[in-house]
Design a protein around this ligand. Structure first.
Ligand code: NDP
Length: 276
């Protein structure tokens, strides 16, 4: 049971990754991201999720340095973007991310999307970066079971993580089961359904029982499903609210009621059909 903001999932290579992280997709570059990450770190988050395409790696790096918290106490994820896979510039993209973040070693580097005909060769480059000690862990994002089934026989290092859109409307039972069997840690992006969680009456009802918000119920549900979760906010009160999820536990009945909301419904792009 996850009891504190510093509790960690132990990845398949024994690297520890905090169950709760802070996402910065659509977090505007510059002061907004810098301030949000500073507040997140002051609140106690020790895991930040960025990507080259978010264009805010510099702000994340600066906020981490200025926080005064030792670098090794903060888990940082970034990702290689699709255009770099297509252009054959994965190594250059990695070096640029390191430079922007101002970090020699990245904790987790992900293949951002399963770009057809490119994701296996891209992952093989990540394997090399891992073997060279430039990343503590490598993984994938937006990979469905069939992508993993294609990848696994062709590579040596089993991905530590698969970061996918995951929330009550989209629980991907096949991937949930498969990833557990293969010891690939599932990580939820869009855990608040990009804000749509507010539209689900059940989450408000359950929240009332515990004195918690619908967003806190969602984050707690992820943790109890043993899924790493990275809610994003640029609102200081929400950054704190989303971290205040360690003093209650959803009952088995409430977990089951949320589990029953699955309708295979995405609110963002489909890994089998994306045009970017
Ligand atoms: P989330 O599900 O985290 O939702 C973010 C939205 O919810 C924002 O509009 C935010 O508003 C709002 N919000 C946050 N907290 C609360 C709260 N307590 N009450 C009400 N509203 C709230 O969506 P994301 O898409 O940002 O996913 C999280 C992270 O996952 C990203 O930031 C990114 O790091 C990662 N991600 C990865 C992807 C991938 O392809 N690998 C794709 C998408 C995301 P506000 O900021 O205004 O407070």
């Amino acid at each position: 049971m996850v009891k504190s903001i510093t509790d960690c999932a132990v990845l398949n290579n024994r690297v520890k990754m905090p169950w709760l992280g802070f996402g910065v997709f659509l977090s505007p570059p510059g002061d907004t991201t810098y301030r949000s990450v500073r507040i997140a770190l002051e609140t106690g988050y020790r895991h930040i999720d960025t990507a080259k395409i978010y264009e805010n790696e510099e702000d994340v790096g600066r906020a981490i340095r200025d926080s005064g918290i030792p670098r090794e106490e903060i888990f940082v994820t970034t990702k290689v973007w699709n255009s770099d896979m297509r252009a054959g510039t994965v190594r250059q993209a990695f070096d640029l991310s390191r430079k922007k973040l101002g970090m020699d070693v990245i904790d987790l580097y992900l293949v951002h999307w399963p770009v057809p005909d490119k994701y296996v060769e891209t992952y093989k480059i990540l394997e090399k970066l891992y073997q060279e000690g430039k990343v503590r862990a490598i993984g994938v994002s937006n990979f469905l079971v069939h992508h993993l089934e294609t990848l696994l026989p062709q590579v040596e290092v089993v991905p530590t993580v698969d970061q996918v859109e995951w929330h009550p409307w989209l629980q991907l039972p096949d991937l949930y089961q498969f990833s557990r069997e293969k010891k690939i840690q599932l990580e939820a992006w869009g855990p608040l359904i990009q804000g749509h969680g507010a539209e689900i009456p059940l989450l408000h009802e359950i929240g009332k029982k515990y004195g918690k918000s619908w967003a806190q119920v969602l984050i707690r549900w992820d943790l109890q499903r043993e899924v790493v979760t990275i809610p994003k906010s640029n609102t200081p009160s929400r950054i704190k609210e989303n971290a205040d999820v360690f003093d209650f536990e959803l009952s088995a009945e409430d977990m089951a009621a949320i589990n029953a909301l699955d309708q295979n419904k995405r609110v963002a792009a489909d890994p089998d059909n994306f045009d970017f």
